[in-house]
Write a protein of this length. Sequence first.
Lengths: 314, 305
Amino acid sequence: MKSLSVSKAVTALMLAGLVLLPLYSHLTGNIFILTLFTRIIILALAAASLNLIMGFAGLMSFGHAAYLGIGGYAVGMLAQEGVGSGFIQFPVAIAASGIYALVIGALSLRTRGVYFIMITLAFAQMAYYVASGLARYGGDDGLTIYTRSDFSGLIDLGNRTQFYYLCLACLFGVMLLIWRIVNSRFGLVVQGLRSNEQRMQAIGFPAKRYQLVCFVISGTMCGLAGALLANNTDFVSPAVMYWTRSGDLMVMVILGGMGTLFGPVMGAVVFLLLEELLSQITEYWALILGPLLLLIVLFGRGGIMGALGRAGRG
Amino acid sequence: MLLVVEQFLNGLQFGLLLFLLAAGLTLVFGIMDLVNLAHGSLYMMGAYFAATFAAWTGSFLLGALMALGATLVLGIVLEVSALRHLYGRDHLDHVLATFGLILFFNEAVRLIWGPAGLALPLPAWLTVPVPILPGIHYPAYRLAIIGVALLVALLLYLGVMRTRIGMLIRAGASNREMIGALGINIKLLYTLVFGLGAALAGLAGLMQAPILTVQIGMGENILILAFVIIVIGGIGSIRGAFLAAIFVGMIDTLGRAFLPNLLRQVLSGAAASTAAPALSSMLIYLLMAIVLVVRPEGLFPANRR
């Protein structure tokens, strides 16, 4: 019981901090921290969606950044064509990610293990090259989004605080959804498939169908993150889909603790803050971050959540 | 005709180069079951070492030889200090840890050699065009790459199939506990295999260096190609890697060379010239997706029980 309370306390503290951050930003006049944390929250959302398939369903997708790009390009392309309404842009972003996930999921789920890692990577690289070839939408150079999604006065995405809270609300909504999914019958089947697919199939569950649905849900969530990210940077380019981006997302999930509800959020916060802090200390921050990742893999089993659990017991 | 022969040879040359990279990757993958994303970094280090040593010694060949040795040593150091501890771990751990190594190597290179790329000039005797068919000339250096890579492929084949070390390597690939139980020093064997893979990657990097610029991140795109190759060829299979590498090299090169013209016959000029580069970059991934959908274990899966 005590181990639970330590990780719970830290999680609660982190969530409270995220809710109160704009207040701190207003009081100190530190606008930068608000911008930084908006980005962190959006990527935490993406990491949480990856965790749904990686941590709970055991499907190691190495192409998750593709959804960030698809969501982002949906917003950017519609804005370019004069469709500025967020009520159209966001559903399109989510639907496009879902359709992409359905297609590549149906193909990728035929493979297992390392082959699955590689085929998801290959599809994401394909998406990357498609985006590079979109000459009308900036091609390699990317697409500048001149107007953010317009929610007809309901919420103003140009306002930093309002946008921050929109992202936070999306994150909380997705976390709630993931929590409900994981504890539903569907979620239990998917987790059962992770531990023993053959046995689940023998019981009579259509394994592929369950995994595919989970894969699509995860993709749509990440598509939402992509739409938010494009609004945050006012820009979308093929670079958001590059494979190192997918690697970053994986790192966040594993760093935080794969298969825990709040681990990926914690992982995103720590990873991006670390990147920010190290880049302030030295231009060569990756020189420290790289070996740090290696050490975390070698010695830190279960990520931050695992460490907190051990701290609670010890 | 001239263009076809030339592009065909370019494809062969690129494919053989990819094979050098993929061979090390598939050996490490097949024998130690290690997913090494940092293999591309070794390729990059090979190119940087060669450019540096060649500038020091003033000789291309001497520089290349020293670079080969240096990557071998680097690979062994890397294996002993870090990667050794990852054997038997989850593949995901490998991905994460070696992803960290990529960050480290890219940054270390930026610190040591600076952000600008290096050039590795060729000696004069390698730049002459050689007549290969009546009226058709081909650069000597690219022919040299084909020759060296074929020689290495042959040596690798003989080494793995005909020598005692090769026998141990194959035994290790099919059952690592058993050869450990038979009293073989697996640790040493693994270090050797990793060093060999590193040297092959370094060789690919230093041979590619005079054709492209030596720059940070050069290993990443080609690493993905190498992974595509070993997945198409079947993980752990050198024969599969060889065939898949040639295949991928050909498709990539020929696609880039001829796809724009082919498309122009179907599409309007503007549409074709924007679609062609993206489509030719996608071809390989498309190929891999098709292969995996049809044969989820790759074309030539290594014989495993």
